[in-house]
Write a protein that binds this ligand. Sequence first.
Ligand SMILES: Cc1ncc(COP(=O)(O)O)c(C=O)c1O
Length: 485
Amino acid sequence: MNDQYRTPYYSGLLAYIAKHRASFHMPGHKRGRGVHPDFKAFLGENVFLLDLTEVQGVDYLHKPTGILREAMDLLADAYGAKESFFLVNGSTVGNQAALMAVGGPGKKILIARNSHRSVVGGLILNGSMPVYLPVNVDPELGITTSVSPEVLREYLDKNDVDAVFLTNPNYYGVSGNIRELVDIVHEHGLPIVVDEAHGAHFHFHQALPLSAVDAGADLVVQSTHKTLSSMTQSSWMHMNGDLVDVELLKAALRTLQSSSPNYVLMASLDVARMQMATEGAELLSSALNVAQYLREAINEIPGLQCFGRERVGKYGIFDVDLTKITITVLGLGLTGYKVEQLLNDELGVEVELSDPNNILAFVTIGDDYDNADKLIKAMSNLSERFFGKLPPLETAAVHTFPVLPEVVLTPREAFFAEKKVVPFREAVGAISAESVVLYPPGIPVIAPGERITEESFDYVMKRKEEGAEVQGTADPELEFIQVLK
Ligand SMILES: Cc1ncc(COP(=O)(O)O)c(C=O)c1O
């Protein structure tokens, strides 16, 4: 039998549970017996039986030698990686540990400016100085796309950096030329980390963009809970080549991850790997068919547009993950934020995110045509109500701040420096001690150590007025911000 059908970790836990030993250890709910009956009535018993702790025979995340070792080896085999790691704090901890492994005080890291806020966390942890890479923009969709290979080469030639960190694909499934990007970094003898949070499924289907693991990136972080079937907060990371100090990476993971990792999450990773390795291509073909049905139906609805591969070759778009359904709604005379609100409040449909120009719907292996029909029906309803009755809107400025910041201090220096709190509008010219992150897509506009400019201030205020949520600052309303004294 193909080894990939095995689930050594999940099966090992089931065998342990079957032994029915008297337990005098954590977790305190003691196989669910101590859980409030209302909660248990909803969740059922099994989830509590599986919620084990590090007892003999069920292996240790921080020192895997048994069933977890086997499960992670099968994961590495499934992706063709040299070594793979289960993560229990999302891709957030993967990005942070990766940055600790390739960075450190006094080092410089070339980072694409469209990186997720967890990357700022990684820089605070590793003490490195970021050198930001500009990212291409699609002016019609109003989103950032990918880093150009020529730009990467130019920045590597001009800057003496120790590693490169890229995000690929973006939230909307747009992928850059990852093979060429990885090759360019390797020509310079440097390691490349790829945040592939939105691409854990790529490796398993030929019609999807190339995975950074297959392109030979040194570290690749994937949010399995976003596009595969594992549970929220579970993720994994793959390592290839010998440019990364694997012992440092493991030490970083031991430092950052809980000493009580959740066994339900890790079992869900083991099963998700088995599912993908054994029937991933089939499941993803069905998801792609549902997505194509949805894309074609949406493109028939007046006022709406949903892009596909015809955009390849423009604005840094090298490939497109067709499971992602980006619906540009400006033709209705409404912003993406307004459409998301109407879908939520009136039409019983929840999407992944909205921005000034678009809404984004994810199609995964959990979808079917019935679910797709609900979105089509809801979007038809909105088109009938608004198309032709309101003037179409112009594409709003790109919803990810396109200007590269002036980095004065490392994020770590700014994080620990003496600070004062000032009204946000009086902070222009000062050095920020906080991240200002607009959600979606969770990318910082301002990071600690950067000078706040008139442009970044105006940009944040405009996005906020349009309906974007601000995260990252102590003051949730961002009337005040912490800057360096
Ligand atoms: C590009 C990117 N990287 C990393 C993350 C963090 O992933 P997680 O939520 O699994 O910690 C996200 C989350 O949205 C993301 O979009």
